[in-house]
Design a protein around this ligand. Sequence first.
Ligand SMILES: [Zn+2]
Length: 144
Amino acid sequence: MLITNHVLSGALVGAASPGPASALGAGVASHFALDSVPHWGEGVIEDFMHVAVTDGLVGLAAIAVVAARTPRRHRLRVLAGITGACLPDLDKPGRVFFGRSPFPAAVDAFHVRIQRESSRRMPQEVLVALTQAAVLAVLARRSR
Ligand SMILES: [Zn+2]
């Protein structure tokens, strides 16, 4: 799943969580839940680096927009949700930049085993991102 979608789902999870610790844990759980539903993917990261770089930059921009639009009283738990939701995918930059994942082999094996990827599901990824962004925009407007 695109990291942008993990960013946006982490923001939603954080907004719904009572505090930053629960938001972090729920964010991690949301990552594995989203990775287990059918989504876009093309195997090993070297095969889709052009998409990964673009997605990473869009994800960073999404974090900046979410942080700017989230009222201060909710910001920590929303950012904790985003952190938890993105944390499990540190295996990808870990492999690219350092040649190894930061996680135990059992965690990486579980992460790979739950993937249900298809290279034909990019439209679904975009639709999920736009839907999550719309929900976050409504929530931000209501909480001001
Ligand atoms: Zn993942």
